[in-house]
Design a protein around this ligand. Structure first.
Ligand code: GUN
Length: 291
C-alpha cells in the first residue's frame, strides 16, 4: 500500500498556467501589448516536434503570442544564428527558446550564447547561470524551477534540510543544486562517479533524481519520510509488449518509504512547460520595466 503523498504535477501546472494567464491579462492592460514567445525547431525529431507543438498550444492558451520557426535539418549554423539575432531585435518577442538537441553540425553552445540573456527563457545562457550562482536575478531553467515550486509547496521552509541531487547536467542538476543552496539546504550533487550512491540517498531529506537511468533509485535507498522529486523520463519496455514511461526512481518501492513523491508521468513534466510560460511573462515584464 502506498504511504507517500503523490504530488500532482499536472494539477499544480494547471494552476500555474492559470496564474500566468491572469498575469498576461494584466500585462496587456498595462502595456497595450501581448507577451510573445518564439520557439525554434531545427529538423524533424519526433519527440521535439511534439514538445514544440505543445509549447505553442499552451503559449496561446495563456493569451500570449507564439512564433514558431521550423527550419530544415540541413540549416547552417550561420543561418540559425541569423534568426536568433533577428528575434533578439524583435520587440514582439520577449522569450526565445531553441529546442535541443540541435543537429550535430550546429554548436548548441554558440547558439545558446547568441540569445539575448533577457530573452533566454530556458535560463541556459552563461549570464543566467552566473546570476543564479551568484544570487542575482536572472532567468532560472524551467525544470529545476518547477521542481523547487513543488518542493516548497509540499515542505514550506527548506532551510537546513539535506538535499541530494543525482545528475550534474547544466539543464537540471547544476541549477537545481544552486536553487536548493539558495533555499539554505545542505546540498550534495551525485553523478556517475559517485562511490556509494545508495548511502548518499539514505542521508537525504530531499532527493531529486535527474540522471536518465530508469528506476535507478530503489525503495531501500530512501530515507523514511523523504520528499522525492523524479525528473527522469525514460521509455522502457512494458509488461504488455508496448513501451511505458519510467522515472529514475522505482516509484512503487519509493512510495512505501517517502512522505511525498512525484509520479512519472504527471509529476515534473507538466511543470516544465508551465514554468516556461511563467519565465516568458517574467522576461516580458522585465523588458517593459527596463524600457
Ligand atoms: N529539449 C528538451 N528539453 C528542453 C528544454 O527544456 N529546453 C530546450 N530548449 N530544449 C529542450
Amino acid at each position: 500500500m502506498t504511504k507517500a503523498e503523490i504530488i500532482d504535477g499536472k494539477a499544480f501546472a494547471a494552476k500555474l498556467r492559470a496564474d500566468v494567464a491572469e498575469g498576461v491579462r494584466v500585462f496587456k492592460v498595462q502595456y497595450g501589448m501581448v507577451p510573445g514567445l518564439a520557439v525554434v525547431l531545427v529538423g524533424t525529431d519526433p519527440a521535439s516536434e511534439i514538445y514544440v507543438r505543445n509549447k505553442g498550444k499552451m503559449t496561446r492558451e495563456a493569451g500570449m503570442n507564439s512564433f514558431e520557426h521550423k527550419l530544415p535539418e540541413d540549416t547552417s549554423e550561420g543561418d540559425l544564428l541569423g534568426l536568433v539575432d533577428k528575434l533578439n531585435r524583435d520587440d514582439r518577442v520577449h522569450g526565445i527558446l531553441v529546442q535541443l538537441p540541435l543537429p550535430r553540425h550546429i554548436s548548441e553552445q554558440k547558439v545558446i550564447e547568441a540569445i539575448d540573456p533577457a530573452k533566454d527563457v530556458d535560463g541556459f545562457h552563461v549570464v543566467n547561470a552566473g546570476l543564479l550562482a551568484t544570487g542575482g536575478e536572472g532567468i532560472v531553467p524551467c525544470t529545476p524551477l518547477g521542481c523547487l515550486m513543488m518542493l516548497k509547496h509540499r515542505v514550506g521552509d527548506l532551510s537546513g534540510m539535506k538535499a541530494l541531487v543525482i545528475g550534474r547536467s547544466n539543464i537540471v542538476g547544476k541549477p537545481m543544486a544552486q536553487l536548493l543552496l539558495r533555499e539554505s539546504c545542505t546540498v550534495t550533487v551525485a553523478h556517475s562517479r559517485t562511490r556509494d550512491l545508495a548511502a548518499e540517498c539514505r542521508q537525504a531529506d530531499i532527493l531529486v533524481a535527474a540522471v536518465g537511468v530508469p528506476e535507478l533509485v530503489r525503495g531501500d535507498w530512501i530515507k523514511p519520510g523523504a520528499v522525492v522529486i523524479d525528473v527522469g523520463m525514460n521509455r522502457i519496455p512494458g509488461d504488455d509488449g508496448k513501451t511505458r514511461l519510467a522515472g529514475d526512481v522505482n516509484f512503487a518501492e519509493a512510495a512505501e518509504v517517502a512522505s511525498a513523491i512525484t509520479p512519472v508521468p504527471g509529476g515534473v513534466g507538466p511543470m516544465t512547460i508551465a514554468c516556461l510560460l511563467a519565465n516568458t511573462l517574467t522576461a516580458a515584464r522585465r523588458q517593459m520595466a527596463s524600457g
